[in-house]
Write a protein that binds this ligand. Structure first.
Ligand SMILES: [Zn+2]
Length: 176
């Protein structure tokens, strides 16, 4: 397994809508290795999620996991999940504001409104259909990754840029 290089904001691949993954492509050894590489890369950089275009592959694949994480202490745990060709549907219009960061936008945090509850439909890495509800921080991470797959970053979703802060200032002035 290899740790992959992470794209930073400004690279055009982050602004492209990613391509659907076919069943045959998903089964291939190359794609299965790529998914393993995405998982080790996410863990290496203490991410809670990673989209394929963040490692230069414009494909509809995202991985997420919230375990013990120094970048996001005190967050509810989410098991390791691989989402292929995901679709999301809000379960209500209710949104909540919370902090987000991004491995492609290093050292910054900002408050982003997201749907509180969503339904997620996707394939797992074996091509099996997934259909589940996600709430709160779990729903937030999935919406963040889903946005990446559609060429968007969290800055595009911010409503109040006065909350945008470098990590050091975030810890000093905003973290309660
Ligand atoms: Zn991100």
């Amino acid at each position: 397994m290899s740790i992959l290089k992470v794209t930073r904001l400004g690279h055009p691949v982050l602004r492209k809508v990613t391509e659907n993954v076919s069943a045959a492509e998903l089964k291939s050894a190359a794609m299965q290795k790529f998914i393993d590489d995405m998982i080790v890369t996410m863990k290496e950089y203490d991410g809670v999620g990673l989209a394929a275009d963040q490692v230069f592959e414009s494909k509809q694949i995202a991985v997420l996991e919230v375990a013990e994480n120094p970048r996001y202490p005190d967050k509810p745990k989410v098991p390791l999940t691989v989402l292929v060709n995901p679709r999301i549907t809000p379960l209500s219009e209710e949104t909540e504001n919370d902090w987000e960061g991004c491995l492609s936008i290093p050292d910054l945090r900002g408050q982003v409104p997201r749907y509180s509850s969503i339904r997620v439909q996707a394939l797992d890495r074996n091509g099996k259909k997934l259909n589940f509800e996600a709430h709160g921080f779990h729903a937030r991470v999935i919406q963040h990754e889903f946005d990446h797959l559609n060429g968007k970053v969290y800055l595009d979703r911010m409503k109040d840029f006065t909350t945008l802060a470098f990590l050091q200032e975030f810890a000093r002035y905003w973290l309660k």
